[in-house]
Design a protein around this ligand. Sequence first.
Ligand code: ATP
Ligand code: MG
Length: 356
Amino acid sequence: MREYAIAAIPADGIGPEVIAAGITVLASLEKRLGDIKFNIENFDWGSDYYKKYGVMMPSDGLNQLKKFDAIYFGAVGAPDVPDHITLWGLRLPICQGFDQYANVRPTRILPGITPPLRNCGPGDLDWVIVRENSEGEYSGHGGRAHKGLPEEVGTEVAIFTRVGVTRIMRYAFKLAQARPRKFLTVVTKSNAQRHGMVMWDEIAAEVAEEFPDVTWDKMLVDAMTVRMTLNPRSLDTIVATNLHADILSDLAGALAGSLGVAPTANIDPERRYPSMFEPIHGSAFDITGKGIANPVATFWTAVQMLDHLGETDASARLMRAVERVTGAGILTPDIGGTATTKEVTEAVVDAIYSSN
Ligand code: ATP
Ligand code: MG
């Protein structure tokens, strides 16, 4: 029996609904396979915790999480708590504290989902976007001088380090190498930003020498949006900065048909700490408690979690089950169906039991 300790942090809004669905599906995998066990511990951190204790998680929170094999995260954010408290109080400290520097976002058009692009269906768009998750434009450096005065100046400084760029580049090349097409696109804006972005290009070329079997090309981020839209088949694995990949992965989610099914993994590739798996969507308070939250992104990120744990048979089974269910048209309202969270979850559980 292979056992894994999973920390579940459902947090806010629909987070608890989709994480509960995810845990149900993991339990059915356990039963179906018989040789793996998930020991799941629940953490009640988030905005309700903040309202009681004045913090989003206890001060020794990271210490409590350290011993787990993975973190299964719901969503964070509440209408009556400012974003800088929710985000900076829970999700970001985990990403930064555990040096989860690779943010990995698979994008595919699932069966049964109608994407917005004409002549683009399942199989035509199969990407993994790797987002640098530890520095760059979101490093928080900058400031404001002469605040409120006519001569006010605001700066937003992007920090790129050789260590930071090299490690994300190496991760992306390795990932591209493991995929059938062995093809990587490196995105920058090195025509207009002539320092850190040129360094990205140079480091890409250096790291590429370590991966002679991977084909790669370079794109400027503006042209990249056009290529993603007009020629999606020409792309496979993509690596970009924190800001660029943030924007491109929203576009990718929309082109694949829905943000509501998009998963993401925050990975520490060196495995010094637990990695964190979550749906891309937020807490969605407008539908909280209605039982119609789409659990597919949370199932898909469980697929990523199982892959990370080396349980590739379980992950493939779960992905097949999800695709059977979406393909059968069992969809929540956000993607054009009428099914509830519970109905989609039960259908996935059935598909897992009936799979061979
Ligand atoms: P954030 O502040 O992190 O952006 P949010 O609460 O605004 O969080 P989003 O993820 O941006 O939520 O989603 C925007 C809207 O899309 C939600 O208000 C909801 O109506 C819908 N939505 C998002 N995720 C889902 C889901 N899993 N199932 C169904 N609808 C969803
Ligand atoms: Mg939003």
